[in-house]
Structures are given as C-alpha cells and as structure tokens.
Design a protein around this ligand. Structure first.
Ligand code: 5GP
Ligand code: ZN
Length: 136
C-alpha cells in the first residue's frame, strides 16, 4: 500500500535493520524499541490485522517468529520475551500493516505489558462464552 510505512520498508524505500527475510516474510528491529532487540515480524503482503492474514501465510509467520525468538534468546536475550500483536486502534495498533512484536525481557527492566484484572458479574462469563461459541 502506497502510504504504508512497512510496505515502504518491504520495498526497500525506507531502510531497516533487517534480521530475517524470505519471499513472504520480513523481520527487522523496531526503531523505537521497548527493549534492546525488540523485533517486528510481518507478512510482506499488506494486510491490516491478524484476521486478514491468510492461513497458509500465518503458518509461516508463526514458524519464522519462533525462529527469530529463539535466535534472539540465544544472542542478546535470555529466553524471556513477550510476543505481542496489537490489532485495531483500540488495541494500540499504530501501523496498519499486521505485525508481531517480539520483545526480549530482562529481570528488572520495568516494562509494563501486564494488565490489571477485571471481574465478571454472576452469569456474565457463561453468557459471553455462549456468544463467542455461536460464531465459530
Ligand atoms: P504498533 O503500535 O502498530 O503495534 O507498532 C508499530 C511499531 O512500529 C512501533 O513500535 C514503532 O516503533 C515501529 N515503527 C514505526 N515506524 C517504523 C519505522 O519506520 N521503522 C521501524 N523499524 N519501526 C517502525
Ligand atoms: Zn503495508
């Protein structure tokens, strides 16, 4: 897509610190990392969210993500990392080209990724469970 920053990176119009590339997937360092080594992994073909990624492509994306997470852990990391994907504006997605974040974690890095916990009212959990199951 013309005005998509990640499409421009894929096309080589914007430079990036590439860590992986094949015909369908690219991974590079996030320019404003949550921690050192923070990688982004994405399908080269423009699509907006997780739901738009074709199943076959998703399979490759997950496999490549695992490969990169492993390599990150063996190099500058230590085996602790968060796998994050923001889908949609309300979820904090800023770049509308679907991508996964691999964020290496270090003891005491004070990064805040964990959420606070809410509570269900009586019967609400079952109601929501049924609603979700209906659309499967
Ligand atoms: P989102 O909030 O959409 O899940 O994350 C977008 C990420 O892309 C952000 O962490 C941001 O730092 C990163 N980013 C935005 N523009 C560029 C860029 O031009 N180059 C690189 N390497 N990362 C970018
Ligand atoms: Zn794009």
């Amino acid at each position: 897509m013309e005005d998509c920053v990640f499409c421009k990176i894929v096309a080589g119009k914007i430079p990036c610190a590439k860590v992986y590339e094949d015909d369908f997937i690219i991974s590079f360092l996030d320019i404003m990392p949550a921690n050192r080594g923070h990688c982004l992994v994405l399908p080269k073909m423009h699509c907006e969210t997780f739901l738009d990624i074709a199943d076959k492509e998703l399979e490759n994306l997950v496999k490549v993500t695992k490969k990169i997470a492993k390599s990150l852990s063996l190099s500058i990391g230590n085996g602790s990392f968060n796998l994050v994907m923001n889908n949609g504006a309300a979820a904090g997605q800023v770049v509308n080209h679907a991508h996964l974040h691999i964020i290496p974690r270090f003891k005491g890095d004070r990064l805040r990724i964990k959420w606070s916990h809410k509570k269900y009212e009586d019967g609400e959990m079952e109601e929501i469970q049924q609603k979700i199951r209906k659309f499967m």
